[in-house]
Design a protein around this ligand. Structure first.
Ligand SMILES: [Zn+2]
Ligand SMILES: [Zn+2]
Length: 400
């Protein structure tokens, strides 16, 4: 036991010694954000960093970088993931290392994720001789749309075959110092819809001679709200949001068409084909309302990401063997949200055990409680080191 405590202290000091480099890396990525699938600079830096450490890498899905640290003794393989993409957001912070790429911003904290996994790679490489098995370091492109799926298609879960996968997200809605973790669904299934209502334009003085799609659109928006609160249990979180509603009419011309775009998010884990499925209910509602208004429509509902569902055993592993190494029980809290996240491709969608954890980075006094994707979003840099510890301890414990 004494030995273990000593080891932990030494490891803690080792990780802390990379603190300045961690912050520097994050600030550099923050200054040079790149959109999904265009993470050219970021992935080159990551690749060179890993290669300089002596970690062989492989490219996947163009800008994706996968590093492999093989222990001297054969064993299991753990996958650790960090995403690298930024967002089409114009930064409105006053940070000295504010985005220099106009219209692009690290507004989700992926600059932090990339840096955390790089430093974890450095520490784990230093402990290579203690590993029974392998660590696969996955630097993923295009998380905000879809990237994981393509890496899986290119074989990221094979050679060596992945036995467990873990991921983290810095999260501004969780207080700095806290860690959000629970088993079961923790992030929503998200589908993107595009609906086009097809009426017939006309003069606003004689609506009866036209076929106005606007009241139909209004009806769909309000009825979708009752779907969430009257049809589906409020205990089963569901959000149907219309982010864009555009009619092609004008002040004196009734619209020909109304285009509506938005997202459906829910934690429903039942069969896709049952009438109770939120997507099925949404289609039924649109079909019924359009019929009532005698309006034709086209609809596309396409997957963006699937629910991230943490398995119980992986959560127990983290709670019992990983988190106690660097945090206390009172800092750990259950947490889930309805954001989309394609980490599900590494675990649930391919039957790999694993878990996704939220690292609190919200601190009012540091101005880091703004929502993700907002132009004034920022992370509490003091929490980055927690992410490094999470990766390092997960790998060392899993490969003991
Ligand atoms: Zn995001
Ligand atoms: Zn994100």
């Amino acid at each position: 036991m004494a030995q273990n405590v000593l080891d932990l202290t030494v490891l803690e000091e080792e990780i802390q010694s990379h603190h300045d480099e961690l912050i520097e890396l994050r600030r550099d990525f923050h200054r040079h954000p790149e959109l999904g699938t265009k993470e050219f600079r970021t992935s080159e830096i990551v690749e060179k960093y890993l290669n300089d450490l002596g970690i062989p890498t492989q490219r996947m899905f163009n800008t994706g970088v996968v590093g492999l640290i093989e222990g001297p003794k054969p064993g299991k393989t753990i996958l650790l993931r960090g995403d690298m993409d930024a967002l089409p957001v114009t930064e409105e912070t006053n940070l000295p290392f504010k985005s220099e790429n106009p219209g692009v911003m690290h507004a989700c904290g992926h600059d932090g994720h990339t840096s955390m996994l790089m430093i974890a790679a450095k520490v784990l490489k230093n402990h290579q001789s203690e590993l029974t098995g392998n660590v696969k370091l996955v630097f993923q492109p295009n998380e905000e749309e879809e990237g994981a799926k393509f890496m899986v298609e290119e074989g990221v879960l094979e050679n060596p075959k992945v036995d467990a996968a873990f991921g983290v997200h810095l999260w501004s809605q969780v207080e700095s110092g806290k860690i959000g973790i629970q088993s079961g669904p923790v992030m929503a299934e998200m589908f993107i819809f595009k609906l086009i209502l097809k009426g017939r334009g006309g003069h606003t003085s004689a609506p009866h001679e036209a076929k106005d799609p606007v009241p139909c659109a209004a009806n769909i928006i309000t009825s979708a709200q009752t779907l969430q609160t009257r049809e589906i249990s409020v205990l089963d979180p569901t959000v149907i949001a219309f982010g864009k509603v555009v009619s092609d009419g004008s002040y004196n011309a009734l619209a020909n068409t109304v285009t509506m775009e938005g997202t459906l998010r829910y934690l429903y884990d039942g069969d896709d084909d049952t009438p109770q499925h939120p997507r099925k209910r949404f289609r039924r509602l649109i079909d019924g309302i359009c019929a009532a208004h005698d309006i034709d429509y086209d609809i596309e509902i396409v997957p963006s990401s699937y629910s991230v569902i943490n398995d119980e055993e992986s959560v127990a592993f983290l709670k019992e063997r990983v988190l106690p190494n660097f945090t206390t029980a009172d800092q750990i809290q259950p947490y889930f949200c309805l954001a989309g996240e394609d980490f599900s491709e590494f675990i649930n969608r391919n039957n790999v055990p694993g878990a996704f954890v939220f690292i609190g980075t919200g601190d009012e006094s540091k101005g880091t409680t703004y929502p993700h994707h907002a132009p004034n979003f920022d992370i509490d840099e003091d929490t980055l080191i927690t992410g490094v510890k999470f990766h390092v301890h997960s790998a060392l414990e899993f490969l003991k």
